[in-house]
Design a protein around this ligand. Structure first.
Ligand code: NCD
Length: 304
């Protein structure tokens, strides 16, 4: 097993499949009366969050607690970070406390990689800037596999603000590793430079892609990372790239609609779609706990 999970590229097909299979076992155990497993008793997991998060932070916390680990939650607000303490000094403090795993979210792309050089424990990237979010890609793959029965050969459309999305980057990488075919759908202004080198196709035309998609993954328009106008207006964006009911009706019967959350309802996704039986949005959150249990277990379990 690998020591850190910094990028979806750290996972080859066998390792990624092992994580998904382990997550499935975790999910079946969670269905039993005793939700807690003793697997990580005596180990310490630190959640180090320098950026706002709802789902990911509580998901890692729940995962670590269900494995009986001790959990320390650190958020940059209210810590010495606001006094200008560097990531390195914070890392050394965590090291001194004996963290076995550090789960880190940071606005700077590459911060988890740097942290991995400074601490002895395992580092899990919980989202770094616009770069990567590997456990989100794993929980998305898990959700696709459990709804559709397989990943190899699936047509997956990832739609919207690809430019700012670490979710898209990690998903493209992992889905490619697992044999799915990804098409990125976005206005030209929201596709990154160099996207041609990614293992994915691209399209500007959502309506052309919908009828052949097994999975449509909508991305949040990330206003907080936009310092200029990337599209004419919200209405225009929603009309061309929003997933609405008429588009949902043109999907194949078995297809699912995903979103990592948080959603801009009415912008990239219509409320009727988000709340429809095709939507896996709530399932993704539930699956996230099982997948993060599997990741922590596999990274730490062998080192007792
Ligand atoms: C995503 C993130 O933070 O990258 N959300 C998440 O982890 N569930 C996507 C987003 O913020 O739009």
């Amino acid at each position: 097993m690998i020591k850190h999970l910094l990028s979806a590229a750290d996972l080859d097909a066998a390792t990624a499949t092992l994580v998904l299979d382990t997550a499935a076992e975790m999910a079946s155990l969670a269905g039993r009366e005793v939700k807690k497993l003793p697997a990580l008793r005596g180990r310490t997991v630190v959640n180090l969050f320098y950026e706002d998060s709802t789902r990911t932070r509580i998901s890692f916390e729940a995962a670590a607690k269900r494995l009986s680990a001790d959990v320390i939650n650190f958020s940059a607000k209210g810590s010495s970070v606001s006094k200008g303490e560097s990531l390195k000094d914070t890392a050394l403090t965590l090291q001194a406390m004996g963290a076995d795993a550090v789960v880190v979210r940071h606005p700077a792309s590459g911060a988890p990689h740097r942290l991995a050089n400074w601490v002895e424990g395992s580092v899990v990237n919980a989202g770094d800037g616009t770069h990567e979010h590997p456990t989100q890609a794993l929980l998305d793959a898990y959700t696709m596999r459990s709804r559709l029965g397989r990943l190899a050969g699936l047509n997956v459309a990832i739609v919207g603000d690809v430019l700012h999305s670490r979710v898209a980057r990690s998903n493209v990488q992992l889905l490619h590793t697992l044999g799915a075919k990804v098409t990125l759908v976005a206005p030209p202004t929201l596709l990154p430079v160099g996207v041609d080198a990614w293992p994915a196709g691209t399209s500007y035309d959502l309506d052309a892609v919908v009828p052949d998609s097994d999975v449509v993954m909508m991305l949040r328009v990330q206003r907080e990372r936009m310092n200029q106008a990337y599209f004419p207006s919200e209405r225009e964006y929603a009309r061309r790239y929003g997933f609405d009911v008429p588009r949902m009706r043109r999907l194949p019967g078995h297809a699912i609609v995903m979103h990592p959350g948080p959603m801009n309802r009415g912008m990239e996704i219509a409320p009727e779609v988000a709340d429809s039986p095709r939507s896996t949005i709530v399932e993704q959150v539930a699956n996230g706990v099982s997948v993060r249990m599997a990741v922590l277990y596999l990274l730490l379990g062998g080192k007792a």
